[in-house]
Ligand binder design. Structure first.
Ligand code: IMP
Ligand code: MG
Length: 178
């Protein structure tokens, strides 16, 4: 294992089996509908593509790229770098996120998308760190609830590194405390 990692937190096998369970739940909850899945770039890319390939219902895809002003503002306002390609009026929207931490990014995004008159807006997140929450935000579907540790891999980065690893690791403190 790379020395940058303290230990493996969730293996690729555990991730893949949980992704299948989430897909089955979504298949059930959205049966007969055609939800629009929104990938929040770049962190949720791996989770998004695995999750959508495991679905059997019809669905549509769109992508959004945002940058959150983390630790800088309390509003949780995010800058939209790439917006959705199409309007979402009347659609059943599902935001696919990598991780919910303070909850600010998603709470802002949920309000923004809700203002565009969709039929519904739900959130599916691969990871949730509820201990870190500063605004009230409850994801509708969660892959894994984790402790307050900085994690990387499976889309998650530290300074744009480690996104391509198929497992999720706890990053060694020495990497960001040096
Ligand atoms: P929030 O607005 O504080 O909930 O921030 C969520 C965003 O912070 C996520 O989409 C990630 O980009 C980033 N983030 C939070 N915790 C971690 C982590 O442990 N590893 C990598 N990125 C993280
Ligand atoms: Mg993110």
């Amino acid at each position: 294992m790379k020395t940058d990692f303290e230990r493996i937190l969730i293996s690729k096998e555990e991730i893949q089996s949980r992704v299948k369970e989430l897909a089955q739940q979504l298949d059930h909850d959205y049966a007969g509908k055609k939800p629009l899945f929104i990938c929040i770039l770049k962190g949720s890319i791996m989770f998004y593509t695995d999750l959508l390939r495991a679905l059997t219902i019809d669905c549509a895809m769109d992508f959004m790229s945002i940058s959150s002003y983390r630790n800088q503002t309390t509003s949780g306002e995010v800058k939209i770098i790439k917006d959705l390609d199409d309007p979402i009026v009347g659609k059943d929207v599902i935001i696919v996120e990598d991780i919910v931490d303070s909850g600010k990014t998603l709470s802002y995004l949920k309000r923004l998308l809700a203002s565009r008159s969709p039929n519904s807006v739900k959130i599916v997140t691969m990871l949730d760190k509820p201990e870190r929450r500063v605004v009230e935000l409850q994801p509708d579907y969660t892959g894994f609830v984790i402790e307050d540790e900085f994690v990387v891999g499976y889309g998650l980065d530290y300074a744009q590194d480690y996104r391509h690893y198929p497992d999720i690791y706890i990053l060694s403190r020495s990497v960001y405390e040096k």
